[in-house]
Design a binder for this molecule. Structure first.
Ligand SMILES: NC(=O)c1ccc[n+]([C@@H]2O[C@H](COP(=O)([O-])OP(=O)(O)OC[C@H]3O[C@@H](n4cnc5c(N)ncnc54)[C@H](O)[C@@H]3O)[C@@H](O)[C@H]2O)c1
Length: 369
């Protein structure tokens, strides 16, 4: 088992990574579970696969698991989903010193973390991430949120978990397309700050997807190390360091908006395409070699992820996508910061990118190849 500390003054915690952690959940969480009753929030897909082993492990330790099961999908991350969660936690008499367990992907982690942040002005919570995306990204760093009709993740709080257990066995039941979406976030750490890790990802993507535990362990561990380092340096995204994690997200968000935040393009798939676009735009403005941009695109395509925006059949002009960016929550006093690349492993935040130039670039990318 790898143990990665997330070092934050007064709020430090561990991310433990390995196989068998869900089966061992009672002893892993023992010091945090002070009462018999253990509140667990999950979704129906995760419950179908993982409720029984988690229930059995807790009962064997004399605990009494209590379950709140949401419908799968983004719709749970809503005012309704939040109200349902908070009301349920109140009915379960959860106190500030208690810890709520979030068992699931980024949706359940973000929702439960936000409910924990506001319940009685803040109770504890534990992340048991069950998607690759949640293990390498959303469960670490304390960003919690819900969506509103005005946009995604617009209402939320920074609230760090007390512990994260990333059980690699959970990935065995994850649909392949969700694995791919998570792999996009893994390779992102290489593209933004670690050329060696990028090369490793490019060579080992297929093994990760095929369920090779050693490859998954290495990928999750290296990714969490990178995220923990960035979060420790810039917990609240104020110095610019944490903003590097948005690589591919501004382009990706526009693509998600244009496809209606639907299954047509999963968040991780949009980020994958967004990273290809960020790389190609960096080449276009003379920052990065065309060869490096091509390596980014081919590593992403090799993992079965979309790498050509023209293949999406969006049938819109570049300006339509650029206009979506105007509603990006990263918009700051009229400018939108873009994460661009000087090379693989060398990302930076550019604050002087003109959206009209992005629109022209996207016109070229959208044209049939
Ligand atoms: N807080 C952050 O820092 C942060 C970072 C990135 C993304 N996010 C958020 O994360 C969310 C996306 O997370 P996600 O990709 O994990 O999506 P998700 O939580 O919707 O999970 C994806 C799908 O996989 C299913 N699933 C989860 N684990 C499973 C398992 N082990 N076996 C079988 N099925 C399983 C879920 O039911 C769901 O249908 C978005 O809302 C995004 O905004 C947050």
């Amino acid at each position: 088992m790898a143990v990665i500390p997330v070092a934050l003054a007064g709020r430090s915690y561990e991310v433990r990574i390995g196989s068998g952690l869900l089966a061992d959940v009672a002893s892993q969480c023992a010091p945090l579970l002070r009462k018999a009753k253990v509140p667990i929030v999950t979704d129906a897909n995760v419950a179908a696969k993982w409720r029984d082993p988690v229930e059995a492990a807790l009962r064997a330790a004399g605990k009494e698991p209590r379950w709140l099961i949401h419908q799968p999908g983004e719709s749970a991350k809503s005012w309704d989903g939040l109200a349902r969660t908070v009301e349920w936690l109140l009915a379960e008499e959860v106190e500030r010193g208690d810890h709520v367990i979030a068992l699931g992907g980024g949706v359940i982690g973000d929702l439960t973390g936000f409910a924990a942040a506001i319940l009685k002005r803040g109770c504890g919570f534990i992340q048991l991430p069950t998607t690759l995306l949640a293990q390498v990204d959303s469960s670490v760093g304390g960003k919690t949120a819900i969506n509103t009709p005005a946009g995604k993740n617009l209402v939320g709080a920074f609230h760090q978990p007390a512990l994260v257990l990333a059980d690699l066995d959970a990935l065995d039941t994850l649909p392949m397309r969700e694995m791919g979406a998570g792999f996009a976030e893994v390779i992102k750490y290489g593209i933004l700050g670690d050329a060696d890790f990028f090369a490793w990802c490019a060579a080992n993507g297929a093994k990760i997807m095929a369920g090779d535990k050693a490859a998954q362990d290495y990928a999750v561990t290296r990714s969490v190390e990178a995220k923990a380092r960035i979060v420790a340096e810039d917990e609240r995204e104020t110095t610019g360091t944490r903003a590097l994690l948005n690589l591919g997200h501004t382009f990706g968000h526009a693509l998600e908006a244009q496809t209606g935040f639907s299954d047509r393009l999963l968040h991780g798939e949009a980020v994958a395409l967004g990273m290809v676009l960020a790389a190609r735009y960096s080449t276009r403005v003379g920052l990065m070699s065309a060869d490096d941009a091509a390596r980014v695109a081919s590593a992403i395509a090799a993992a079965g992820l979309p790498s050509e925006v023209s293949a999406l059949g969006l049938n819109c002009a570049g300006k339509v996508l650029a206009d979506h960016m105007l509603h990006d929550k990263k918009m700051d006093a009229g400018t939108l910061p873009f994460v661009l690349l000087r090379g693989i492993g060398d990302a930076f935040v550019a604050k002087d990118v003109a959206l009209s130039d992005i629109a022209t670039f996207l016109d070229d990318e959208l044209a049939p190849q």
